[in-house]
Design a protein around this ligand. Structure first.
Ligand code: 13P
Ligand code: SF4
Length: 307
């Protein structure tokens, strides 16, 4: 641990704060976090924490989710500008207009969306529980899946449930291409390839396993292979290397590089985290009416996910 990390740990203890970090955060932040995980695991942690302050090292929609499921806590995000291209691809006003044109449609929203979009949705999913949740949607309802068309397509493939797809995507995951993945497979023919469902169909078809970031840990732990190609945001490699130090993880390359980094996730730095704990800001503030509306589909997800 470096001196700044030590100070963060002391401040955290003194202020009874908990640091929740997504798997895509930089290594130094993952090292000081109380919990590192995927969107689903982080939602449960946010809901159950006894800490007074939640410092969310992730992106804006994740901090919003923490506030929605645990409104009495102070929720801090080291950089309020940490957004998400996928969440931006579904503005609430456009979803509201769609719903007005298609009354009765059942909206399943990937958690990577704004609180306003959640408030217009019937149930939320993460990549870790999407299949399970969609299987529980009443069979007589027509589904609109927002905002990730790739994840939605993957869920339809798993469940056989047709869904209308919002045409959104994650700018990081669509950078992996059929060609870049074929090339890395040829270089490491022995290594199973694990891809996130936000990747395009052309890439998912080349994968041995498609799953959420958390499930990648279990897959690689249980598999006999010593080496794996990981096709998702690069922060995941830190988590895998820390948890499974005896195995080798190869970064899935894009056509341009092997540095698939989410610029939003990387806006959080150790320095900003330190400053956030010191000043107890920036704090995520949400209107109670919006929070209450967005809580209903999120709560439904947390309950259905346990089924
Ligand atoms: P998971 O955390 O559900 O694996 O999703 C990855 C992601 O893109 C978060 O922004
Ligand atoms: Fe959004 Fe993609 Fe970044 Fe995840 S990796 S926060 S989906 S832009």
């Amino acid at each position: 641990m470096n001196p700044l990390q030590q100070e963060i740990l002391e401040l955290k203890k003194r202020k009874n704060a908990v640091i929740l970090a997504h798997n895509y955060q930089v290594k130094e932040i993952q090292e000081v976090a109380d919990f590192v995980g995927d969107s689903l695991g982080l939602s449960y942690q946010a809901q159950s924490t006894q800490a007074d302050i939640i410092v969310f090292c992730g992106v804006h929609f994740m901090a919003e989710t923490a506030k929605i499921v645990n409104p009495a806590k102070k929720v801090l995000l080291p950089d309020m500008e940490a957004g998400c291209s996928l969440a931006d691809s579904c503005p609430a006003s456009e979803l509201a207009a769609y719903k007005a044109r298609h009354p009765g449609v059942y909206v399943v929203a990937y958690i990577n969306c704004s609180a306003e979009v959640k408030a217009l949705s019937d149930v939320i999913v993460t990549s870790g529980n999407a299949e399970k949740i969609v299987r529980q949607v009443p069979a007589d309802r027509e589904i609109l899946f927002v905002p990730d068309q790739n994840l939605g397509e993957w869920v339809t493939q798993l469940t056989g449930r047709p869904m209308r797809m919002w045409q959104g995507n994650c700018y990081v995951h669509i950078e992996f291409t059929h060609e870049s993945i074929i090339k890395i497979r040829q270089e490491h023919p022995e290594a199973p390839l694990v891809a996130h469902p936000e990747c395009t169909r052309a890439v998912r078809l080349l994968a041995d396993e498609v799953c959420s970031t958390e499930k990648m840990i279990g897959y690689c732990r249980d598999h006999a292979s010593k080496a794996f190609i990981i096709v998702t945001e690069a922060g995941m490699l830190h988590r895998l290397r820390r948890e499974l130090p005896d195995k080798t993880f190869i970064a899935g390359p894009t056509d341009r590089c092997a540095c698939a980094e989410c610029k939003y996730m990387k806006m959080n730095t150790l320095e900003k985290l330190h400053e956030t704990l010191l000043s107890e800001g920036p704090e995520l503030i949400m209107e109670s009416e919006l929070r209450e509306k967005a809580r209903i589909p999120l709560q439904r997800m947390l309950e259905w996910s346990r089924n």
